[in-house]
Write a protein that binds this ligand. Structure first.
Ligand code: ZN
Ligand code: ZN
Length: 217
């Protein structure tokens, strides 16, 4: 039975792509952000970016297109325009149905700075299923019961690892996973070995202290 407020497929496709790039790139010095905004250098207005990879001052802009037809030159031109406006160093244009020939030719001007990736829905979904099932922590507790397996994308967590808290000279480590679907956060507390939803009762007072610090820095 389909749920009442089903998320559009293109949005779910964006989550899958974000999860793939997040897991392949993110670290303490590299941030992978889903659905974010950057002020255009020339337009001076806010531009919406599907996925942004930030490393020091280097920005990689990722745009996802989930169309039934190959992405054409016109769509590429609008990608290029935004790419220039937000001053990204690299750009990755992702399509679930490939690109027309002229798109491949057109990007030659940007020699190595722009790449095209054809990742179809099934391929993207399979990559997450392979990794995630059995590893329950990649799925948001709030959302995981509300999806049809194989057809819908559940709430996927993007983890930030290696966050430390020092109390009385003792360092304890934490991880925070943010759900792409509901934005709810899940915390892994290393001292307890517990995984808790941020709204749930805390596993220990250290977790509370850590979260306080996390939100103020
Ligand atoms: Zn969720
Ligand atoms: Zn704890």
């Amino acid at each position: 039975m389909p749920s009442i407020k089903e998320t559009p497929q293109w949005k779910q496709y964006e989550w899958l792509i974000t999860k793939i790039f997040h897991d392949n790139n993110s670290s303490l010095s590299v941030k992978v952000l889903h659905d974010t905004n950057l002020i255009g250098e020339y337009s001076e207005i806010s531009r919406q970016i599907d996925v942004l990879i930030e490393e020091n001052n280097t920005k990689t802009m990722i745009e996802c297109k989930h169309y039934s037809k190959p992405v054409n030159i016109k769509e590429l031109e609008s990608f290029l325009s935004m790419f220039t406006d937000v001053q990204a160093k690299f750009g990755i244009f992702i399509s679930s149905s490939g690109f027309t020939k002229s798109v491949y030719k057109r990007i030659r001007e940007f020699d190595g700075r722009i790449t095209l990736e054809h990742i179809n829905w099934e391929k993207a979904y399979a990559s997450f299923e392979k990794k995630s099932y059995g590893r329950i922590t990649d799925l948001c507790d709030e959302c995981k019961d509300k999806h049809i397996r194989g057809k819908e994308v559940p709430g996927l967590l993007c983890w930030e690892h290696g966050l430390g808290l020092e109390i009385d000279g003792i360092i304890s480590m934490y991880s925070i996973g943010e759900c792409l679907k509901c934005a709810n956060k899940t915390v892994y507390c290393d001292p307890c070995g517990w995984i808790t939803n941020i709204n749930e009762e805390s596993c220990c007072t250290f977790r509370d202290a850590f979260l306080k610090l996390y939100y103020t820095t």
